[in-house]
Design a protein around this ligand. Structure first.
Ligand code: SF4
Ligand code: SF4
Length: 482
């Protein structure tokens, strides 16, 4: 039997099937063990330390016990602690981003994605640099500062040079007061050499969804193409970090395989990164299978109901309190609202999941990767967030101040990040209000900014933030940050 070893660099040792099966069994056996459950809940709770809070997090086994427990009282406690952690480390801010699809050429055969090579009905499209420029201007004109670029795997149509050229184009465009200040990259698993090139291009987070950690299921879902290689895909984050990328983002596509398996394995992956590189994942994304051209979610029999999905997010929040959590437009407004409460820290807004979608008047469907459930504009999402007491943030400060990887984590763990996030959120929200917001949103936004300024505890920080906000309102000065 292959032995479990979180420090190993071999996929089947750090995502160890026997350990996952044991974990699921252990969780099932202990799902009514209230003494154990209460001690796990207590461990997860944030504790006061100095002026801030600290959290211990949970192991994959502990978190799996909580996920398995069906007692509604316990579920409520999990949600309450998740909210407590969320407020302690992320406050009421939500960072906004948008995906940018560069190309849907793909040589892989992923059964759940309409871009799979055997789909002959979907039009194939790859943006030229002129088209990238037009898309970025459209995104800047909406108010976005942070993008996640997406492309299928195709060494001929989308080689690394193409991706690098696009990143360069994106960073070079400054339309009116607009700028894309952080480009996260979601492309196929690649070599250390290519990851070095991405690091040198100044990317933010490298995001790669595992889709499923179950090797057997993975191989069936990826019958053809380079992505079929489970080990190469699963070990990608180690190569990315070896290539100098500090921030990596994990994710599974819930609905493909059993959620308890995916949950335990996802946390094992986080533990592995911490054990080997001294820093866990920067973000975890929680997408679910959605309908698309040639894709019917009912073909996958592991779809999960909303309540389970929300509980998974809350349990992740308890297990890895310092890892940002991302939800996309795949989810509708109601699910998003619940997810925000239990720990999501980043959402996409005004997204178009098709190649070239932002320059079209109408939302185009022919090249979409998945149906967008939340079809509101960015302005509507911003306004809705404020109505629900969240501060929409366009902050990208950490990455630009070199606070990445372990430097980010040590700041985050010491609670210092709170002194940056809150004023940064208010300053970037002011930029949004002045440059892009509709009249109604503006009224709400300026009111919120004034109120929230009063909540900055350090007088010196508050004074600087007030000065900067004044400068943003009265001139074209932009991009202030702590
Ligand atoms: S999921 Fe990615 S690799 Fe798979 S077919 Fe879609 S674009 Fe290609
Ligand atoms: S200050 Fe850093 S952690 Fe806080 S919102 Fe900005 S980029 Fe994120």
């Amino acid at each position: 039997m292959i032995k479990y070893d979180p420090k190993s660099l071999k996929a089947e040792e750090f995502i160890n099937d026997a350990e996952i099966q044991e974990t699921i069994k252990y969780a099932e056996e202990n799902k009514n063990n209230m003494e154990l459950i209460n001690s796990i809940l207590e461990k997860a709770r944030p504790k006061k330390q100095g002026n801030g809070n600290v959290c211990q997090g949970l192991t994959h086994r502990e978190a799996s016990v909580l996920l398995a427990c069906e007692d509604p009282e316990v579920t409520k406690k999990i949600y309450d602690i998740a909210e407590e952690i969320k407020l302690a480390f992320y406050g009421n801010r939500i960072v906004l981003f948008a995906p940018l699809y560069l190309s849907n050429y793909c040589v892989n055969g992923c059964l759940y994605c309409p871009y799979h090579i055997a789909n002959k009905t979907i039009p194939r499209k790859k943006l030229t640099q002129e088209e990238v420029k037009a898309e970025v201007i459209a995104l800047q004109d909406m108010g976005h500062k942070r993008l996640a670029i997406e492309a299928g795997e195709d060494p001929v149509n989308n080689p690394i040079e193409y991706i690098l050229e696009c990143i360069d184009t994106i960073y070079s465009i400054h339309h009116k007061n607009g700028a894309i200040r952080r480009v996260n990259v979601n492309i196929a698993a690649t070599t250390v050499e290519n990851y070095k090139k991405l690091a040198d291009a100044g990317i933010g987070t490298y995001i790669l969804f595992q889709e499923t950690y179950n090797k057997e299921g993975y191989e069936k879902l990826h019958p053809t193409g380079p992505k079929h290689d489970y080990a190469y895909h699963t070990e990608a984050m180690d190569r990315a970090m070896e290539g100098g990328i500090d921030d990596v983002g994990l994710g599974v596509l819930f609905g493909l395989e059993g959620y308890k398996y995916e949950f335990a394995a996802l946390l094992m992956h986080a533990e592995h990164l911490e054990a080997v590189h001294g820093v866990g994942p920067h973000t975890i994304s929680v997408p679910r299978v959605k309908p698309a051209d040639d894709i019917n979610p009912e073909d996958f029999d592991n779809s999960i109901p909303d309540e389970t999905f929300i509980k998974i997010a809350a349990c992740i929040r308890l297990a890895v309190p310092y890892t940002g959590m991302i939800i996309s437009t795949r989810e509708n407004e109601q699910v998003r609202a619940e997810m925000l409460r239990v720990g999501i820290s980043q959402i996409s807004g005004g997204s178009r999941t098709s190649v070239g979608g932002y320059t079209e008047e109408e939302r185009p469907h022919d090249t979409e990767q998945f149906d967008v459930s939340d079809q509101r504009t960015l302005d509507e999402v911003v306004s809705w967030l404020m109505d629900n007491g969240h501060i929409p943030s366009f902050c990208t400060a950490c990455y630009r101040e070199g606070r990445t990887g372990d430097r980010f984590m040590s700041l985050c763990k010491s609670g210092q990040i709170l002194n940056c996030c809150h004023p940064n959120a208010l300053m970037t929200l002011t930029e949004y209000m002045v440059d892009y917001a509709g009249e109604e949103t503006k009224k709400k936004g300026f009111k919120m900014i004034d109120e929230e300024l009063e909540r900055i505890p350090k007088e010196k920080v508050k004074a600087i933030a007030i000065d900067n906000i004044k400068a943003i309102k009265e001139s074209n000065s932009r991009d202030f940050r702590f």
